[in-house]
Design a protein around this ligand. Structure first.
Ligand SMILES: [Zn+2]
Length: 340
């Protein structure tokens, strides 16, 4: 077991524990939701009261800090089992708010660091599926959080691709499935891809269209199959399309945990043709959520963040709060109370 030679600053955090014999198989990039120097984040993680750490941090200039030895489990992802198998990386944001971008310097280091982690730990390939079944994962798969932010999240397929190219294995599975297959395997059928779209593996909107086209698929043909599958009118193939469910049924499924959390849930609902805000409203009604948010932050914290502009404005803000699992109405009332 070793650590990356890319490290230029080391401050080991007390917030760490044993991997309980688990091997490192996963990488989980996070965003800092801020722009911290290696020293500053090292100091934050040095505080035992924070109960938080990461294996590595990357600053906006592309420098790398080490905070937990790779041989130990970092406390980063709100999930012990996930962190036991993972190396975690907290990446600085080049500006705060919006889609929480990171700098190109940080990006280049992130690629290099992931390649290095894979090589030293015998990870043959990074697989991004958009879900927990890949070994490139994100915080929002485990908690109601915006982490790693829309920008970094949207580049996960590209991260897998670039790392795999450097490792000498092609493709990420999600962004370029046909490249993951050898010459002896065929490209997937439009029907298979349509099912992947419904499962959220191809993202949404124009991004989805672009990725399908880049991978050599006919995006329009696939959308047409998706629409028919969701409407229950798809006749092709042997498999039966899922019947369209009521918003109420879906809300109950969300409560039962069938749709995951955070932006992963939002993406999957949207891909399946449901309005995540409508569903979240129903979920909150069913759960009796009124003035307290269902997520990890207090209404007061959220009100301060809204006032600081971290959640955007207008309907976009409302949508984002709901999608993150918060009661946007309760937050707005608190904003009015605190600042009105
Ligand atoms: Zn995170």
């Amino acid at each position: 077991m070793s650590n990356s030679s890319l490290v230029s600053y080391t401050k080991i955090s007390p917030n760490r524990s044993s991997r309980n014999g688990e091997r490192i198989t996963d990488i989980i990039p996070h965003h800092q939701a801020g722009n911290l120097s290696l020293q500053t984040i090292g100091d934050l993680f040095a505080d035992p009261k924070r109960q938080a750490s990461s294996t590595y941090s990357i600053d906006v200039y592309g420098g790398v800090g080490l905070h937990v030895d790779e041989s130990e489990r970092p406390w980063t992802t709100s999930n012990a089992a996930a962190d036991r198998r993972a190396v975690t990386i907290e990446v600085a944001n080049s500006s705060t708010g919006g889609d929480w971008p990171i700098s190109e310097a940080s990006w280049n280091t992130l690629v290099e660091l992931c390649v290095d982690i894979c090589r030293r730990n015998g990870i043959p390939k990074l697989v991004w599926t958009g879900g927990k079944d890949g070994n490139l994962k994100t915080h929002d798969m485990y908690a109601a959080t915006n982490c790693p932010g829309p920008y970094l999240k949207s580049r996960m397929p590209q991260l897998a691709d670039e790392v795999n190219k450097r490792l000498g294995v092609a493709g990420s599975g999600a962004s370029a499935p046909q490249q993951t297959l050898g010459a002896d395997t065929a490209k997937k059928s439009n029907e298979e891809i349509a099912r992947e779209v419904i499962n959220g593996a191809w993202g949404n909107g124009q991004d989805r269209t672009n990725r399908l086209r880049a991978a050599g698929y006919d995006a329009d043909a696939i959308q047409s199959i998706v629409n028919r599958m969701l409407a229950g009118t798809y006749k092709g193939g042997a498999s039966t399309a899922p019947a369209r469910k009521s918003n109420d049924q879906i809300a109950q499924e969300v409560i039962n945990g069938k749709w995951g959390n955070g932006s992963d849930r939002t993406n999957r609902l949207r891909s399946a043709g449901y309005d995540p805000n409508v569903i979240q409203n129903l979920v909150n009604q069913k759960l009796g959520v009124k003035t307290s948010p269902s997520g990890g932050k207090t209404v007061e914290q959220l009100a301060r963040e809204v006032w600081a502009g971290k959640w955007g404005s207008g309907q976009d803000r409302v949508n984002r709060l709901w999608a993150a699992g918060y009661d946007a109405n309760a937050v707005q009332r608190m904003v009015n109370k605190m600042y009105g």
